[in-house]
Design a protein around this ligand. Sequence first.
Ligand code: THU
Length: 134
Amino acid sequence: MTSGLAEADWERLRETAREAMGRAYAPYSGFPVGAAALVEDGRVVSGCNVENASFGLALCAECGLVSQLQATGGGRLTHFVCVDGSGGPLVPCGRCRQLLYEFGGPELVLETPAGRVTLAEMLPQAFGPEHLTK
Ligand code: THU
């Protein structure tokens, strides 16, 4: 599945995610993570995980990414990549799938170790903003 995005653009997202991973603060887990996503207006946003001595307060890379998205003008995420310390693709954790759903919805395309899939496939029957207005 190419999902309409050129391979060069996927590579750019991977590179941006790897750069962010290189700036991760993960002294407790030793597991740096980087994430990058394309926004519908062409912007690329990214984030890295930031841990804390109070372990449960760790911020996933996706938290930084959605914060940057909003702080730089908002918009909808269309394509997303997350990488681990080796630079290879990583699946977002459950909480982060929900974070991504808020800003990308079911059509967001994610690169995963199992290939490119939609968020609808990774988070079936998602709870989202639409439920609050019913
Ligand atoms: N982590 C992320 O940044 N994103 C994910 O989707 C999975 C987990 C981070 C959190 C923690 O700092 C480290 O990976 C180990 O769980």
